[in-house]
Ligand binder design. Sequence first.
Ligand code: ATP
Length: 316
Amino acid sequence: KSEVFTFGETMVLFQPEQMLPLEYIHQFPKKIGGAESNVAIGLTRLGHSVTWFSKLGNDPFGRFVLKSIRGEGVDVSSCLLTDEAPTGLLFKEQLSPEDMNVYYYRKGSAASLMQPVELDAGAIAAARILHISGITPALSDSALATVMEAIEIAKRNGTMIVFDPNLRLKLWSAEQAKKTFNEIAANADVILPGLDEGQLMTGETDVEAVAKALAGDSDKIIVIKLGDKGAYLYSNNLKVYVEGFSVDRIVDPVGAGDGFAAGVISGLLSEEPMEQTVRRANAIGAMVVGVSGDIEGLPTFEAVERFMKPAGANRD
Ligand code: ATP
């Protein structure tokens, strides 16, 4: 059984190599795109065992997604292929290094048909951490029910719940997202929002006030992502800004949050001090934005350790 269980939708991602409006793009390298599988792959690179669950179309794209994720060493054995609906697709459009648009072709996709009974309850019970992303509950009512069922199973079995809100306003309204995020957050042990997501969830503005409101009276750990500034860690015994790493050139800003989540989950599994965990998560986020694609820049444990050393520290 795997240390971590995660689930969600992974689409075929068509990511042009040129910075042009999509109308003028004629060739599309075919990749995969999905926040939860990014986290799963990030974790396998760091040396952990992960199960990823989804429902895919029984079509060439579904098989491509499954093979790609399996090829990264993630356990996909409980995934389902269905004839009922196709695999979702996603096109990226990059107009400048920091201006990226996405176009979804995922409504009614196979993943949106996932049902609570399709979850591998035994795998969630056996895992140490359940990773929940706020994208999955936005896919459909049955996907929302599947998220709530996964949380129930984790609660019953003492599996720690890590929640990354991953707000996607193309999928639902801010009001709907806020309500569901807060329901999930109430059950989570660790919450990893961006500042905008934390502000939406709490109605607070300041980083520290957002974290305090999210934690309430509980002993939840809150880590607020702050882009190039790093992150703010709020726990019972430690409230501290953890500085980010500088990036020479931002190539692709998407996927940093997923790499960050993989870093936090890895540190939780290793039971290392939280500040060190967030530092490594910052390093992974910084490494990801320097590489095109969501998974290409996800480092191995050794690579992130090297990256975190001050310049020159490797030389004899
Ligand atoms: P995503 O775009 O993947 O949804 P996000 O909005 O969830 O990301 P960000 O705050 O953009 O989260 O990035 C996550 C983490 O990655 C940050 O907390 C930081 O540690 C690192 N990071 C992101 N951008 C940069 C950057 N430009 N320079 C250095 N580190 C960065």
